[in-house]
Design a protein around this ligand. Structure first.
Ligand code: SF4
Length: 333
């Protein structure tokens, strides 16, 4: 529809909050405030449309405020299903995509064309496959690249045209093939929780500095929601089916009974020796999951550590101490 999709993950550590605090309570996650701050300070002027996935009440409220403060842009709250077993779920989501399309047509000025969407799905399939390859390298040969490197390459994927990002990922793959897998005495660790608000680079770096290999993570989950979407047939139904059938089990999917099994499966698949819960401060979906995950991990005697972060954290002394204790407790067990 003539639009270029960009993933916006808040304002990060460089945005000073001076206006958003007046509109949002102090007990809300940082990403909601820094995103709103970007809107209130005209930094989002180049964008013609904003799509908010309905992942929690906070995201719903931010969408409402956006529609008032940016009346010249389209804003849309994308209602994602929570019931994954009903026969009505895929038709519901397909209809929801059609409602979104009507708004995007207005913003982009070009009509929806199923053939162009199918071509776009094929492009995003290639991007997801290349990112899956990168994360598999981190899982299987964790000494080849740092978590920071893996994170930054993935993060570019939501900012660059995919036609540029895919060759970049291929270049990264061939350069990694030449790199030695320099292993050290480190704990294979699964990182859970930062699926929405993203931690600072300092904190991402710190986890590996103190002796963890983050062999699987929930950072930038957007690229890993599903492996492949079938581009044939009706592309909207295929997108909806892929969303509903995705095996990804994170805080914004409400299937509480499967959470315990899901975390144990992921620990097993990553051959992780421990789990770090790194949750954004005041993020309820992540915190609700932690309760369910902890029960399953305690039952299986798998060590875990829970840390909270904010986008604008600057001091990591307490986090460093807790991480070092976590690593030592596993190394010397
Ligand atoms: S960080 Fe958590 S609470 Fe904040 S918008 Fe994301 S899912 Fe919602």
């Amino acid at each position: 529809m003539g639009l270029f999709p960009v993933s916006l993950h808040g304002g990060g550590e460089s945005v000073e909050i001076s206006h958003a605090d007046a509109a949002l309570g102090s007990f809300l996650c940082s990403i909601s405030k820094s995103t709103l701050e970007l809107a209130l300070t005209s930094r989002l002027a180049p964008f013609r449309a904003f799509v908010f996935p309905y992942v929690c009440d906070v995201s719903r409220n931010v969408e409402g405020i956006f529609s008032r403060v940016l009346p010249g842009a389209e804003t849309y709250m994308l209602h994602l299903p929570q019931n994954f077993h009903s026969a009505a779920t895929v038709p519901f989501l397909t209809a929801e995509y059609r409602r979104l399309i009507a708004r995007l047509e207005k913003a982009g000025g070009e009509p929806y064309d199923p053939e162009r969407l199918a071509a776009s799905i094929e492009l995003f399939n290639q991007q997801r496959a290349a990112i899956a390859d990168l994360t598999a390298t981190k899982r299987n040969e964790p000494g080849k690249l740092t978590l920071t490197e893996s994170y930054l390459v993935r993060r570019l994927g939501g900012l660059l045209p995919r036609e540029i990002h895919i060759p970049l990922l291929h270049r990264v793959r061939s350069e990694l093939a030449q790199r030695p897998n320099r292993t050290k005495d480190a704990i294979r660790t699964l990182l859970v929780g930062p699926f929405c608000e993203q931690p600072t680079l300092d904190l991402i770096d710190l986890m590996e500095q103190v002796g963890c290999y983050i062999v699987d993570d929930e950072l930038l989950q957007i690229h890993r929601w599903y492996d492949r979407v079938d581009p044939g047939g009706d592309p909207l139904t295929n997108l909806a089916s892929a969303y509903v059938q995705s095996p990804v089990d994170i805080g914004v999917r409400a299937a509480p009974t499967t959470k315990g099994e899901a975390i144990l499966r992921r620990v097993g698949a990553a051959e992780a020796q421990g789990v770090i819960f790194l949750t954004a401060k005041f993020c309820e979906p992540a915190l609700e999951d932690v309760v369910l995950y902890r029960k399953a991990l305690e039952r299986e005697k798998i060590p875990y550590l829970h840390l909270e972060f904010e986008e604008r954290s600057t001091s990591y002394e307490s986090a460093r101490l807790q991480l070092e204790t976590f690593v030592e407790s596993i190394l010397f067990d």
